[in-house]
Write a protein that binds this ligand. Structure first.
Ligand SMILES: *Cc1c(COP(=O)(O)O)cnc(C)c1O
Length: 455
Protein backbone atom coordinates (compact mmCIF):
# COMPACT_ATOMS: atom_id res chain seq x y z
CA UNK A 1 0.00 0.00 0.00
CA UNK A 2 2.81 2.37 0.90
CA UNK A 3 4.33 1.61 -2.50
CA UNK A 4 1.31 2.97 -4.32
CA UNK A 5 1.34 6.13 -2.20
CA UNK A 6 5.04 6.54 -2.90
CA UNK A 7 4.55 6.01 -6.64
CA UNK A 8 1.77 8.58 -6.98
CA UNK A 9 3.74 11.10 -4.92
CA UNK A 10 6.75 10.55 -7.17
CA UNK A 11 4.58 11.22 -10.23
CA UNK A 12 3.22 14.41 -8.63
CA UNK A 13 6.77 15.51 -7.77
CA UNK A 14 7.93 14.97 -11.34
CA UNK A 15 4.98 17.01 -12.61
CA UNK A 16 5.70 19.81 -10.13
CA UNK A 17 9.44 19.87 -10.94
CA UNK A 18 8.61 20.15 -14.62
CA UNK A 19 6.06 22.92 -14.15
CA UNK A 20 8.40 24.95 -11.95
CA UNK A 21 11.15 24.67 -14.57
CA UNK A 22 8.98 26.15 -17.33
CA UNK A 23 9.81 29.86 -17.02
CA UNK A 24 13.53 29.15 -17.47
CA UNK A 25 13.49 26.16 -19.78
CA UNK A 26 14.27 26.66 -23.51
CA UNK A 27 10.98 26.69 -25.40
CA UNK A 28 10.74 24.00 -28.03
CA UNK A 29 14.33 23.66 -29.17
CA UNK A 30 14.86 21.11 -31.96
CA UNK A 31 14.77 17.48 -30.82
CA UNK A 32 16.46 14.36 -32.21
CA UNK A 33 13.21 12.50 -32.88
CA UNK A 34 15.03 9.31 -33.88
CA UNK A 35 16.92 9.21 -30.55
CA UNK A 36 13.70 9.91 -28.69
CA UNK A 37 11.89 7.12 -30.52
CA UNK A 38 14.74 4.80 -29.69
CA UNK A 39 14.59 5.62 -25.99
CA UNK A 40 10.96 4.46 -25.95
CA UNK A 41 11.35 1.57 -28.39
CA UNK A 42 12.81 -0.97 -25.95
CA UNK A 43 11.67 -4.52 -26.69
CA UNK A 44 8.42 -5.34 -24.88
CA UNK A 45 9.59 -7.35 -21.86
CA UNK A 46 8.08 -10.72 -21.05
CA UNK A 47 8.26 -10.21 -17.32
CA UNK A 48 6.46 -7.49 -15.36
CA UNK A 49 8.42 -4.43 -14.25
CA UNK A 50 7.98 -2.77 -10.85
CA UNK A 51 5.87 0.40 -11.27
CA UNK A 52 8.53 2.73 -9.78
CA UNK A 53 11.02 1.50 -12.40
CA UNK A 54 8.47 2.11 -15.12
CA UNK A 55 7.91 5.66 -13.89
CA UNK A 56 11.64 6.40 -13.74
CA UNK A 57 12.14 5.02 -17.25
CA UNK A 58 9.22 7.03 -18.59
CA UNK A 59 10.51 10.27 -17.11
CA UNK A 60 14.03 9.66 -18.45
CA UNK A 61 12.78 8.78 -21.93
CA UNK A 62 10.22 11.60 -22.23
CA UNK A 63 12.10 14.55 -20.66
CA UNK A 64 14.25 15.46 -23.70
CA UNK A 65 11.17 15.45 -25.94
CA UNK A 66 8.82 17.58 -23.84
CA UNK A 67 7.89 20.92 -25.38
CA UNK A 68 7.33 23.82 -23.00
CA UNK A 69 3.89 24.56 -24.44
CA UNK A 70 2.57 25.07 -20.90
CA UNK A 71 5.14 27.80 -20.28
CA UNK A 72 4.84 31.58 -20.58
CA UNK A 73 6.74 32.08 -23.87
CA UNK A 74 5.11 29.47 -26.07
CA UNK A 75 3.13 31.41 -28.69
CA UNK A 76 2.53 28.62 -31.21
CA UNK A 77 -0.87 27.54 -32.57
CA UNK A 78 -3.44 28.58 -29.95
CA UNK A 79 -2.10 26.76 -26.93
CA UNK A 80 -2.56 27.57 -23.25
CA UNK A 81 -1.03 25.96 -20.17
CA UNK A 82 -3.23 24.12 -17.70
CA UNK A 83 -4.09 26.12 -14.54
CA UNK A 84 -2.80 24.77 -11.20
CA UNK A 85 -6.16 23.67 -9.76
CA UNK A 86 -7.19 22.19 -13.10
CA UNK A 87 -3.93 20.25 -13.37
CA UNK A 88 -4.31 18.91 -9.84
CA UNK A 89 -7.94 17.99 -10.49
CA UNK A 90 -6.91 16.16 -13.66
CA UNK A 91 -4.38 14.18 -11.63
CA UNK A 92 -7.20 13.29 -9.25
CA UNK A 93 -9.39 12.30 -12.19
CA UNK A 94 -6.68 9.78 -13.10
CA UNK A 95 -6.41 8.64 -9.48
CA UNK A 96 -10.16 8.30 -9.05
CA UNK A 97 -10.33 6.59 -12.43
CA UNK A 98 -13.98 7.46 -13.02
CA UNK A 99 -16.00 6.66 -16.10
CA UNK A 100 -18.01 9.78 -16.97
CA UNK A 101 -20.35 7.73 -19.15
CA UNK A 102 -23.41 8.48 -17.00
CA UNK A 103 -24.65 9.07 -13.45
CA UNK A 104 -24.67 5.35 -12.65
CA UNK A 105 -21.04 4.93 -13.68
CA UNK A 106 -19.95 8.10 -11.84
CA UNK A 107 -22.45 10.38 -10.11
CA UNK A 108 -19.61 12.76 -9.18
CA UNK A 109 -18.37 13.08 -12.77
CA UNK A 110 -21.86 13.91 -14.04
CA UNK A 111 -22.43 16.42 -11.21
CA UNK A 112 -19.11 18.16 -11.99
CA UNK A 113 -19.92 18.37 -15.70
CA UNK A 114 -23.41 19.68 -14.98
CA UNK A 115 -22.19 22.41 -12.63
CA UNK A 116 -19.27 23.38 -14.86
CA UNK A 117 -21.57 23.41 -17.89
CA UNK A 118 -23.84 25.91 -16.14
CA UNK A 119 -20.85 28.14 -15.36
CA UNK A 120 -19.58 27.91 -18.93
CA UNK A 121 -22.92 29.00 -20.36
CA UNK A 122 -23.03 31.94 -17.92
CA UNK A 123 -19.51 33.04 -18.83
CA UNK A 124 -20.06 32.76 -22.57
CA UNK A 125 -23.58 34.16 -22.64
CA UNK A 126 -25.04 30.99 -24.12
CA UNK A 127 -28.70 30.41 -23.15
CA UNK A 128 -29.02 28.58 -19.81
CA UNK A 129 -31.35 26.05 -21.46
CA UNK A 130 -28.63 24.82 -23.87
CA UNK A 131 -27.09 21.34 -23.51
CA UNK A 132 -23.33 20.87 -23.08
CA UNK A 133 -21.36 17.85 -24.22
CA UNK A 134 -17.88 17.56 -22.70
CA UNK A 135 -15.80 16.44 -25.67
CA UNK A 136 -12.14 16.02 -26.58
CA UNK A 137 -11.50 19.14 -28.65
CA UNK A 138 -12.82 21.73 -31.04
CA UNK A 139 -12.85 19.08 -33.74
CA UNK A 140 -15.18 16.84 -31.72
CA UNK A 141 -17.30 19.84 -30.68
CA UNK A 142 -17.74 20.88 -34.31
CA UNK A 143 -18.70 17.32 -35.20
CA UNK A 144 -21.31 17.14 -32.43
CA UNK A 145 -22.75 20.56 -33.33
CA UNK A 146 -22.95 19.68 -37.00
CA UNK A 147 -24.49 16.29 -36.21
CA UNK A 148 -27.26 18.13 -34.36
CA UNK A 149 -27.56 20.49 -37.33
CA UNK A 150 -27.78 17.56 -39.75
CA UNK A 151 -30.52 15.99 -37.63
CA UNK A 152 -32.66 19.12 -37.48
CA UNK A 153 -32.41 20.40 -41.05
CA UNK A 154 -33.38 16.95 -42.32
CA UNK A 155 -36.12 16.49 -39.70
CA UNK A 156 -37.54 19.80 -40.97
CA UNK A 157 -38.10 18.16 -44.36
CA UNK A 158 -39.41 14.90 -42.88
CA UNK A 159 -36.22 12.84 -43.09
CA UNK A 160 -35.02 10.78 -40.09
CA UNK A 161 -31.28 10.72 -40.67
CA UNK A 162 -30.47 8.65 -37.58
CA UNK A 163 -32.62 5.82 -38.93
CA UNK A 164 -32.31 6.17 -42.68
CA UNK A 165 -28.84 7.59 -43.05
CA UNK A 166 -27.98 9.84 -45.95
CA UNK A 167 -28.64 7.63 -49.01
CA UNK A 168 -31.65 9.16 -50.76
CA UNK A 169 -31.82 12.07 -48.29
CA UNK A 170 -32.53 15.61 -49.47
CA UNK A 171 -29.29 17.45 -50.20
CA UNK A 172 -27.92 19.62 -47.38
CA UNK A 173 -26.20 22.85 -48.35
CA UNK A 174 -23.42 23.90 -45.96
CA UNK A 175 -22.28 27.51 -46.09
CA UNK A 176 -19.06 28.48 -44.36
CA UNK A 177 -16.61 31.34 -44.56
CA UNK A 178 -13.70 30.82 -46.91
CA UNK A 179 -11.43 31.24 -43.85
CA UNK A 180 -13.15 28.53 -41.78
CA UNK A 181 -11.04 26.19 -39.68
CA UNK A 182 -10.08 22.98 -41.49
CA UNK A 183 -11.77 20.86 -38.81
CA UNK A 184 -15.14 21.96 -40.24
CA UNK A 185 -14.25 20.15 -43.45
CA UNK A 186 -13.29 17.00 -41.57
CA UNK A 187 -16.51 17.09 -39.52
CA UNK A 188 -18.48 17.26 -42.77
CA UNK A 189 -16.54 14.27 -44.08
CA UNK A 190 -17.14 12.26 -40.91
CA UNK A 191 -20.86 13.08 -40.98
CA UNK A 192 -21.20 11.81 -44.53
CA UNK A 193 -22.08 15.23 -45.90
CA UNK A 194 -18.78 15.43 -47.75
CA UNK A 195 -16.75 18.50 -48.52
CA UNK A 196 -18.60 18.94 -51.83
CA UNK A 197 -21.56 20.07 -49.71
CA UNK A 198 -19.52 23.14 -48.78
CA UNK A 199 -20.31 26.45 -50.36
CA UNK A 200 -17.54 28.81 -49.32
CA UNK A 201 -18.66 32.36 -48.61
CA UNK A 202 -16.23 35.22 -49.28
CA UNK A 203 -14.67 36.93 -46.28
CA UNK A 204 -13.56 40.48 -45.54
CA UNK A 205 -9.93 41.60 -45.21
CA UNK A 206 -9.53 40.15 -41.68
CA UNK A 207 -11.15 36.80 -42.55
CA UNK A 208 -14.64 37.39 -41.12
CA UNK A 209 -17.53 36.26 -43.28
CA UNK A 210 -18.96 38.98 -45.55
CA UNK A 211 -22.63 39.33 -44.46
CA UNK A 212 -23.68 40.65 -47.89
CA UNK A 213 -22.10 37.65 -49.57
CA UNK A 214 -23.81 35.33 -47.08
CA UNK A 215 -27.17 36.98 -47.73
CA UNK A 216 -26.69 36.62 -51.48
CA UNK A 217 -25.60 32.98 -51.18
CA UNK A 218 -28.61 32.06 -49.05
CA UNK A 219 -30.97 33.89 -51.38
CA UNK A 220 -29.52 32.23 -54.47
CA UNK A 221 -29.66 28.76 -52.89
CA UNK A 222 -33.41 28.99 -52.33
CA UNK A 223 -35.32 26.76 -49.93
CA UNK A 224 -33.88 23.48 -48.67
CA UNK A 225 -31.91 22.02 -45.76
CA UNK A 226 -29.29 24.61 -44.85
CA UNK A 227 -26.44 24.68 -42.35
CA UNK A 228 -24.23 27.74 -41.90
CA UNK A 229 -20.88 27.44 -40.12
CA UNK A 230 -19.87 30.72 -38.52
CA UNK A 231 -16.64 31.48 -36.74
CA UNK A 232 -15.60 33.34 -33.61
CA UNK A 233 -11.83 33.72 -33.73
CA UNK A 234 -9.99 33.17 -36.99
CA UNK A 235 -6.82 31.17 -36.21
CA UNK A 236 -4.66 33.67 -38.04
CA UNK A 237 -6.18 37.07 -37.31
CA UNK A 238 -8.56 36.46 -34.39
CA UNK A 239 -11.38 38.05 -36.42
CA UNK A 240 -14.96 37.11 -35.52
CA UNK A 241 -17.95 36.89 -37.83
CA UNK A 242 -20.82 39.30 -37.25
CA UNK A 243 -22.81 36.66 -35.40
CA UNK A 244 -25.93 38.73 -34.74
CA UNK A 245 -26.36 39.62 -38.39
CA UNK A 246 -25.38 36.21 -39.68
CA UNK A 247 -27.64 34.24 -37.31
CA UNK A 248 -30.53 36.52 -38.20
CA UNK A 249 -29.97 35.84 -41.90
CA UNK A 250 -29.62 32.08 -41.41
CA UNK A 251 -32.85 31.88 -39.44
CA UNK A 252 -34.70 33.99 -41.97
CA UNK A 253 -33.90 31.22 -44.46
CA UNK A 254 -34.83 28.45 -41.99
CA UNK A 255 -31.26 27.24 -41.56
CA UNK A 256 -29.13 26.11 -38.63
CA UNK A 257 -26.34 28.40 -37.42
CA UNK A 258 -23.30 26.66 -35.93
CA UNK A 259 -20.51 28.74 -34.39
CA UNK A 260 -16.95 27.42 -34.33
CA UNK A 261 -15.60 29.45 -31.44
CA UNK A 262 -12.76 27.16 -30.35
CA UNK A 263 -10.88 30.04 -28.75
CA UNK A 264 -12.63 33.20 -29.94
CA UNK A 265 -15.84 32.51 -28.07
CA UNK A 266 -13.93 33.48 -24.91
CA UNK A 267 -14.12 37.08 -26.12
CA UNK A 268 -17.59 36.89 -24.56
CA UNK A 269 -16.14 36.56 -21.06
CA UNK A 270 -14.72 40.10 -20.93
CA UNK A 271 -16.64 43.40 -21.26
CA UNK A 272 -13.71 44.73 -23.32
CA UNK A 273 -14.09 42.12 -26.09
CA UNK A 274 -17.70 41.02 -25.69
CA UNK A 275 -18.75 43.19 -28.67
CA UNK A 276 -16.68 40.98 -31.00
CA UNK A 277 -19.11 38.09 -30.46
CA UNK A 278 -22.24 40.16 -29.98
CA UNK A 279 -25.34 38.15 -30.85
CA UNK A 280 -23.74 34.76 -30.24
CA UNK A 281 -26.74 33.68 -28.16
CA UNK A 282 -28.86 33.54 -31.32
CA UNK A 283 -26.92 30.57 -32.77
CA UNK A 284 -28.17 26.97 -32.67
CA UNK A 285 -24.92 25.25 -31.70
CA UNK A 286 -21.49 26.33 -30.52
CA UNK A 287 -18.08 24.64 -30.34
CA UNK A 288 -15.61 25.93 -27.77
CA UNK A 289 -12.30 24.65 -26.45
CA UNK A 290 -11.26 24.49 -22.82
CA UNK A 291 -7.69 23.38 -23.52
CA UNK A 292 -6.76 26.46 -25.54
CA UNK A 293 -7.47 29.91 -24.12
CA UNK A 294 -9.21 28.77 -20.92
CA UNK A 295 -5.97 27.05 -19.87
CA UNK A 296 -7.48 23.69 -19.00
CA UNK A 297 -5.74 20.33 -19.53
CA UNK A 298 -6.07 18.30 -22.73
CA UNK A 299 -8.50 17.03 -23.86
CA UNK A 300 -11.23 19.45 -22.94
CA UNK A 301 -13.82 21.09 -25.15
CA UNK A 302 -17.53 21.80 -25.17
CA UNK A 303 -20.30 21.14 -27.66
CA UNK A 304 -23.26 23.38 -26.81
CA UNK A 305 -26.65 23.03 -28.43
CA UNK A 306 -29.65 25.35 -28.05
CA UNK A 307 -31.95 22.34 -28.36
CA UNK A 308 -30.98 19.58 -25.89
CA UNK A 309 -33.51 17.21 -27.51
CA UNK A 310 -31.87 17.68 -30.92
CA UNK A 311 -28.39 17.30 -29.41
CA UNK A 312 -29.37 14.00 -27.78
CA UNK A 313 -31.27 12.79 -30.85
CA UNK A 314 -28.08 13.19 -32.88
CA UNK A 315 -25.58 11.82 -30.35
CA UNK A 316 -27.12 9.45 -27.79
CA UNK A 317 -27.58 5.73 -28.04
CA UNK A 318 -29.53 3.24 -26.01
CA UNK A 319 -29.04 -0.39 -25.11
CA UNK A 320 -30.98 -2.73 -22.85
CA UNK A 321 -28.22 -3.01 -20.24
CA UNK A 322 -27.75 0.76 -20.00
CA UNK A 323 -29.92 1.93 -17.16
CA UNK A 324 -29.78 5.23 -15.37
CA UNK A 325 -29.21 7.69 -18.17
CA UNK A 326 -32.53 9.11 -17.01
CA UNK A 327 -34.73 11.66 -18.73
CA UNK A 328 -32.23 14.51 -18.84
CA UNK A 329 -29.52 13.98 -21.43
CA UNK A 330 -26.08 14.07 -19.83
CA UNK A 331 -22.61 12.59 -20.15
CA UNK A 332 -22.30 10.24 -23.07
CA UNK A 333 -25.74 11.23 -24.47
CA UNK A 334 -24.14 14.42 -25.77
CA UNK A 335 -20.82 13.19 -27.16
CA UNK A 336 -19.54 10.67 -29.67
CA UNK A 337 -17.80 8.71 -26.90
CA UNK A 338 -19.31 6.00 -24.75
CA UNK A 339 -16.88 5.41 -21.85
CA UNK A 340 -15.20 8.72 -21.15
CA UNK A 341 -12.56 10.38 -18.99
CA UNK A 342 -14.05 12.51 -16.22
CA UNK A 343 -12.79 15.77 -17.71
CA UNK A 344 -15.47 17.75 -15.86
CA UNK A 345 -13.41 17.72 -12.64
CA UNK A 346 -10.63 19.78 -14.23
CA UNK A 347 -13.12 22.13 -15.88
CA UNK A 348 -14.91 22.71 -12.59
CA UNK A 349 -11.61 23.25 -10.75
CA UNK A 350 -10.18 25.64 -13.35
CA UNK A 351 -13.30 27.80 -13.41
CA UNK A 352 -13.50 27.74 -9.61
CA UNK A 353 -9.87 28.85 -9.41
CA UNK A 354 -10.31 31.78 -11.80
CA UNK A 355 -13.81 32.90 -10.93
CA UNK A 356 -15.76 35.16 -13.24
CA UNK A 357 -13.29 38.04 -12.82
CA UNK A 358 -10.33 35.74 -13.34
CA UNK A 359 -11.66 34.48 -16.67
CA UNK A 360 -12.26 38.08 -17.80
CA UNK A 361 -8.79 39.09 -16.63
CA UNK A 362 -7.20 36.16 -18.49
CA UNK A 363 -8.86 37.25 -21.73
CA UNK A 364 -8.00 40.93 -21.21
CA UNK A 365 -4.39 40.22 -20.25
CA UNK A 366 -3.75 38.04 -23.30
CA UNK A 367 -5.28 40.67 -25.61
CA UNK A 368 -3.21 43.43 -23.99
CA UNK A 369 -0.06 41.31 -24.35
CA UNK A 370 -0.87 40.63 -28.00
CA UNK A 371 -1.08 44.39 -28.58
CA UNK A 372 2.21 44.82 -26.70
CA UNK A 373 3.76 42.25 -29.05
CA UNK A 374 2.38 44.10 -32.06
CA UNK A 375 3.60 47.49 -30.79
CA UNK A 376 7.04 46.13 -29.94
CA UNK A 377 7.56 44.46 -33.30
CA UNK A 378 6.20 47.48 -35.18
CA UNK A 379 8.58 49.75 -33.27
CA UNK A 380 11.42 47.39 -34.18
CA UNK A 381 10.57 47.98 -37.86
CA UNK A 382 8.59 44.85 -38.72
CA UNK A 383 5.16 44.66 -40.29
CA UNK A 384 2.09 43.64 -38.28
CA UNK A 385 -0.40 42.54 -40.89
CA UNK A 386 -3.67 42.01 -38.99
CA UNK A 387 -5.94 44.16 -36.82
CA UNK A 388 -4.97 42.89 -33.37
CA UNK A 389 -8.49 42.66 -31.96
CA UNK A 390 -7.95 39.54 -29.90
CA UNK A 391 -4.90 37.43 -28.95
CA UNK A 392 -3.49 36.77 -32.46
CA UNK A 393 -0.68 38.70 -34.17
CA UNK A 394 0.57 38.18 -37.74
CA UNK A 395 4.01 39.53 -38.56
CA UNK A 396 5.94 39.87 -41.83
CA UNK A 397 9.72 40.20 -42.00
CA UNK A 398 10.04 41.05 -45.68
CA UNK A 399 9.59 38.47 -48.41
CA UNK A 400 8.32 34.92 -47.78
CA UNK A 401 11.77 33.32 -47.71
CA UNK A 402 13.06 35.86 -45.21
CA UNK A 403 10.01 35.44 -42.95
CA UNK A 404 10.41 31.66 -43.03
CA UNK A 405 14.08 32.05 -42.06
CA UNK A 406 13.16 34.28 -39.12
CA UNK A 407 10.50 31.81 -37.92
CA UNK A 408 13.02 28.95 -38.14
CA UNK A 409 15.66 30.99 -36.28
CA UNK A 410 13.20 31.87 -33.49
CA UNK A 411 12.20 28.23 -33.11
CA UNK A 412 15.83 27.11 -32.92
CA UNK A 413 16.78 29.87 -30.47
CA UNK A 414 14.52 28.68 -27.63
CA UNK A 415 13.71 32.05 -26.03
CA UNK A 416 10.15 31.78 -27.29
CA UNK A 417 8.24 29.77 -29.87
CA UNK A 418 6.03 31.06 -32.69
CA UNK A 419 4.83 29.26 -35.80
CA UNK A 420 4.61 30.20 -39.45
CA UNK A 421 1.43 30.51 -41.47
CA UNK A 422 0.20 31.46 -44.90
CA UNK A 423 -2.32 34.29 -44.87
CA UNK A 424 -3.73 35.73 -48.08
CA UNK A 425 -0.89 34.18 -50.05
CA UNK A 426 1.86 35.50 -47.80
CA UNK A 427 4.16 33.68 -45.39
CA UNK A 428 3.95 35.24 -41.93
CA UNK A 429 4.87 34.59 -38.33
CA UNK A 430 1.82 33.79 -36.22
CA UNK A 431 1.91 34.76 -32.56
CA UNK A 432 -0.87 33.61 -30.26
CA UNK A 433 -0.93 34.81 -26.66
CA UNK A 434 -3.03 32.25 -24.82
CA UNK A 435 -1.17 31.33 -21.64
CA UNK A 436 -2.38 32.42 -18.21
CA UNK A 437 1.20 32.85 -16.90
CA UNK A 438 2.63 35.08 -19.66
CA UNK A 439 3.84 38.46 -18.36
CA UNK A 440 4.84 41.76 -19.98
CA UNK A 441 8.46 40.79 -19.28
CA UNK A 442 7.96 37.55 -21.25
CA UNK A 443 6.63 39.53 -24.21
CA UNK A 444 9.44 42.10 -24.05
CA UNK A 445 12.05 39.36 -23.86
CA UNK A 446 10.45 37.59 -26.81
CA UNK A 447 10.20 40.77 -28.90
CA UNK A 448 13.89 41.45 -28.23
CA UNK A 449 14.85 37.90 -29.25
CA UNK A 450 12.75 38.00 -32.43
CA UNK A 451 14.18 41.42 -33.39
CA UNK A 452 17.75 40.26 -32.72
CA UNK A 453 17.30 37.10 -34.81
CA UNK A 454 15.52 38.97 -37.62
CA UNK A 455 18.43 41.39 -37.95
C1 LIG B 1 -8.12 24.85 -32.66
C2 LIG B 1 -9.35 25.10 -33.44
C3 LIG B 1 -10.19 24.03 -33.82
C4 LIG B 1 -9.84 22.60 -33.50
O1 LIG B 1 -9.80 22.41 -32.10
P1 LIG B 1 -9.05 21.16 -31.46
O2 LIG B 1 -9.22 21.41 -30.00
O3 LIG B 1 -7.63 21.22 -31.91
O4 LIG B 1 -9.74 19.93 -31.93
C5 LIG B 1 -11.33 24.33 -34.51
N1 LIG B 1 -11.64 25.59 -34.84
C6 LIG B 1 -10.86 26.65 -34.50
C7 LIG B 1 -11.28 28.03 -34.89
C8 LIG B 1 -9.69 26.43 -33.78
O5 LIG B 1 -8.92 27.47 -33.43
Amino acid sequence: MDELRHLLRRAADHAADYRLSLPDRPVGVPVDQAALNKAFAVPLPNAPTPPEHVLAELVAAAEPGLVATAGPRYFGFVIGGALPAATAADMLAAGWDQNAFNAVASPAAVAAETAAGTWLKELLGIPATASVGFVTGGQAANTAGLAAARHQVLADVGWDVERRGLPGAPVIRVFAGAERHATIDRSLRLLGLGTDALRPVPTGPQGAIDPHALAAALRDAGPGPTIVCLQAGNVNTGACDDLRRACDLVHRYGGWAHVDGAFGLWAAASPSTRHLVDGLEAADSWACDGHKWLNLPYDTAFAFCARPDVHAAAMSYAAAYLVGSGGVPAGADLTAESSRRARGFAVWAGLRELGRDGVAALVERCCALARRFADGLTAAGFEVVNDVVLNQVLVGFGDDARTDRVVAAVQADGTCWAGGTTWRGRRLMRISVSNATTTEADVDRSVAAIARLAR
